[in-house]
Design a protein around this ligand. Structure first.
Ligand code: MIG
Length: 840
């Protein structure tokens, strides 16, 4: 890259000639710095600007991803990152220089050499993102960047920040990982800092920005000035990425190329999970499991909160309450229930007491230091505690070894809590900002760093130590880690939940927004405590929460000490029956969910999505869709926007046609927009229809769910745990429509063998013809033999009788007039195979 001669445009040469070289800028906006233009040096992968001591480098990592680094002392910020993968930082695309910037195949980059204002357009000149006239302010070590926020642009992402709406426009946010017990929809900051957002609806399409700075950064999305998007920080590198779409899907995929995909979760993590602070004894755990099995309520995981430990000391076990810990874990496992155990990041400060985590940690100098050089001690659950220095690779490797005992006891996953880090008895809730961490990791130059710099990545590096530790101890098992705090890229190590929410309707709504925005921010496995952590839900609220959680990535019921219990049965048999019906449905849908997990691991497409992810036109829908979301694009879940109200509400279904998930029948379009049956039918077949508007009346036992016409959804017979092999055929529900297809995915559910090819992946497509429909299985990929011995293909929306053929052979088909289906059961195809249904 370096040293290659490039042709310069004449404007560039002129700009270089007039540059005041070596001028010393005072702090202030770039426009103030010097009247002249910056000197310009083109690069094969971008362009450099120098204006006094201010330097700016814009590089193209790919045709659609730009990195912008700005240095104030004549040098660029260090080329290192906690968030962005080394291979991506090293990637580059060849650019074509222009008179005022450069072009890639996808983008045109223009820079005003006077102000360094950056404008990025598509090749047709449509603006993707543009700086304001005064784009960069420097004030001491602090910086502010300003971009235009056009009317009509909406902002998403920033992880699970609150706000009361899905859209972050008009609001301002601070990144500072905070133990936010009792947060509500306006509390900020909370637990995580994911300085990545997506702009949707601008003329150049969706784009994303990652501000890769771990300090206490902030974002203002048109709050201070309606037309300005500002972001900044008190210190640290000015190092950010612009990720072009134009679709939101492309932005999210590219963001997860940069920061990593969430690894495929073990399948049991998609099952129902029961937690409580705390199930305090082996007997209580046994009784709990017995109740689930007796009630025929499916469950995969029981969580152990801090009280399973001896005096809250991580990596110990309270032997009074759990005299045979290994025995009860094994008993659960034999019953199809995995145990996830908490391990807070702190280590009890217990010198000379035979507490190995402390002794070995001190011996290795693995703890964070106070400014005076002593090991920092702060109070948390075990009492005085010390804090592993997770930004040091050696400390991480040591920390990871501490999980050996829990894994040997059969524990399947680890819960990292309190890792903001939370510290008791201090107004800041965390450690002193002048505490000293050591950086010895990745491509950073080794050095000491203050807590002010490390705070926001501390939790992520905690989960990295845990994840890598589990992977090292069990190289052939998927590591399951749940975290409360994290940073951009943390999806590589852990799933996450939204912390200490409350048992209110407002929090149920907030949870939906938080999980959607987490998914757009790379954290595809989001969870919120079902029922609310604090408070205690009404029976109706808990039931609704179960219904909605059924269609979310991670479904964990959890509650605080001292609050009413929220296990599924606590409100009596009627509520239990509704909750069970939904959890049963989740288990039937497991093949669909698991295929989404596989898709997410490969592409970064979220599991739970805003409706506009797959249906961009939904952004302008005329209904209040504030609670709507999709599970993998093909299932649209439309809870009441005002859940506590019995009032009816409208649901807008994007053009293309839909089926009612529960009846399996085509949506015939009632009420709302007055579409007649013919238009509805057209909408269904995609022949030119528009949005369908339906009126729903809330009923506690019903959650409206719709299936895209064109979806093929795999389902399975009900099981009580993912450890159980379903008894019966795989069911493939075909909902005829445009772009008809679906995916089957299976593997052993827990090992890493899928990475060596031990999986089964198969696409299925359908084509609607005059005579009926044909369903074509692609060749099955991978070496894994899935559990199903037969596949029952069910075509929905079928009128009258029909027959089926497999290749040239007839196969028995049964039409069901009442359900408007026709079905045939076949041996699982492994090569390309077509089943054709024809009307009689
Ligand atoms: O200071 O481990 O958010 O889920 O149950 C409270 C006890 C510590 C906070 C977590 C919550 C967990 C609780 N923890």
């Amino acid at each position: 890259m370096v040293g290659k001669t490039m042709l310069l445009g004449s404007a560039m040469i002129a700009a270089m000639a007039t540059t005041p070289v070596g001028a010393q800028p005072r702090d202030g906006s770039i426009a103030d710095v010097a009247a002249g233009a910056a000197s310009v040096t083109p690069r094969e992968d971008g362009i450099d600007y120098r204006k006094g001591r201010l330097v700016m480098r814009i590089t193209a990592l790919t045709d659609s991803v730009l990195r912008i680094r700005i240095g104030r002392d004549g040098t660029l910020p260090e080329d290192a990152s906690w968030a962005v993968l080394p291979a991506m930082r090293a990637a580059w695309a060849r650019v074509t220089p222009t008179s005022d910037g450069f072009r890639t195949d996808a983008l045109v980059v223009k820079v005003d050499a006077k102000t360094l204002a950056l404008t990025v357009t598509d090749p047709a000149g449509k603006v993707i993102t543009a700086d304001t006239a005064q784009p960069i302010d420097l004030d001491g070590t602090a910086f502010t960047l300003r971009k235009a926020l056009p009317i009509g642009e909406h902002i998403y992402g920033l992880g699970d920040k609150t706000g009361g709406t899905l859209d972050r426009r008009g609001k301002t946010f601070v990144d500072w990982n905070t133990d936010a017990y009792g947060f509500d929809s306006s509390t900020d900051p909370i637990y995580k800092s994911i300085p990545f957002f997506i702009g949707v609806g601008g003329e150049g399409g969706s784009y994303g920005v990652l501000l890769d700075n771990t300090w206490r950064t902030w974002f203002d999305f048109g709050h201070k000035a309606a037309d300005t998007l500002a972001m900044g920080g008190p210190d640290g590198p000015i190092d950010y990425y612009i990720i072009a779409g134009p679709t939101t899907r492309e932005v999210v995929r590219r963001y997860t190329d940069l920061t990593g995909k969430a690894p495929l979760a073990p399948q049991w993590a998609l099952g129902y999970q029961q937690s409580r602070w705390s199930y305090g004894s082996a007997d209580e755990v046994r009784r709990l499991a017995e109740t689930f099995r007796k009630d025929r309520f499916p469950i995969d995981v029981i969580w152990l909160d801090i009280d399973y430990q001896d005096r809250n000391r991580p990596f110990t076990i309270d032997r009074k309450a759990f005299p045979d810990f290994k025995g009860v874990v094994k008993q659960m496992r034999d019953d199809g229930i995995r145990i996830v155990a908490i391990a807070d990041l702190h280590v009890a400060d217990l010198p000379n007491q035979g507490y190995a985590p402390y002794d070995s940690g001190v011996a290795g100098n693995h703890f964070v230091h106070a400014a005076d050089g002593s090991v920092y001690v702060g109070p948390v659950w075990p009492g005085p505690s010390v804090f592993p220095d997770f930004t040091d690779a050696g400390a991480r490797a040591w920390y990871g070894t501490n999980f050996k005992g829990l894994l040997d006891d059969g524990v399947s996953g680890i819960w990292n809590d309190m890792n903001e880090p939370a510290i008791f008895d201090t107004p800041t809730k965390t450690m002193p900002l002048d505490n000293i961490h050591h950086i010895a990791s990745d491509q950073f130059a080794p050095r000491d760093a203050t807590h002010a710099e490390i705070h926001n990545v501390y939790g992520m590096e905690n989960t990295r130590a845990t994840y890598d530790g589990l992977r090292t101890l069990r190289p052939n098992e998927r590591a399951f880690v749940m975290t409360r705090a994290s940073y951009a890229g943390g999806q590589r190590y852990a799933v996450t939940w939204t912390g200490d929410n409350s048992a209110t309707w407002d929090h149920l709504k907030l949870a939906v927004h938080q999980m959607i925005n987490l998914g757009l921010s790379g954290f595809s496995y989001g969870a919120a405590d079902v029922g609310g952590f604090t408070g205690g839900p009404s029976p109706e609220l808990l039931t609704r929460w179960f219904e909605i959680a059924t269609f979310t990535p991670i479904f964990r019921d959890h509650s605080a000490k001292g609050t009413p219990r929220v296990e599924p049965w606590v409100d009596g048999p009627e509520q239990l029956a509704i909750r069970r019906r939904f959890v049963d449905e989740r288990y039937r849908l497991m093949p669909y969910l698991y295929a989404l997990a596989d898709q997410n691991a490969r592409t970064g497409d979220p599991i739970m999505r805003p409706v506009f992810y797959d249906y961009p036109q939904a952004i302008g829908a005329s209904c209040d869709q504030s609670m709507s979301f999709t599970l993998g694009g093909d299932l649209l879940i439309a809870p009441p926007p005002h859940m506590e109200s019995p009032q009816s509400y409208d649901v807008c279904l994007p053009a293309g046609g839909w089926y009612d998930y529960w009846t399996g029948k085509p949506v015939s379009g009632t009420g709302g927009n007055g579409l007649d049956a013919g238009v509805q039918a057209e909408a269904r077949t995609g022949a030119g229809g528009g949005e369908i508007k339906l009126t729903e009346t809330p009923a506690l036992d019903r959650l409206p769910v719709f299936v895209r016409a064109g979806a093929i959804v795999p389902r399975q017979p009900l099981v009580q745990s993912t450890a159980e092999t379903p008894d019966g055929p795989l069911e493939l529900d075909v909902y005829p429509g445009d772009d008809c297809g679906g995916t089957l995915y299976a593997d052993d559910g827990h090992s890493m063998a899928y990475q060596g090819g031990a999986y089964a992946r198969q696409t299925v497509r359908c084509t609607v013809t005059d005579k009926g429909i044909s369903v074509t299985f692609g060749k099955r990929q991978g070496s894994f033999a899935p559990w199903w011995q037969a596949v029952r293909v069910v075509v929905h929306g079928w009128q009258g009788k029909g027959s089926a053929t497999l290749g040239n052979n007839d196969v028995p088909a049964s039409a069901d007039a009442a359900n408007e289906t026709i079905s045939a059961t076949i041996a699982p195809p492994t090569t390309e195979t077509t089943v054709t249904f024809a009307k009689d």
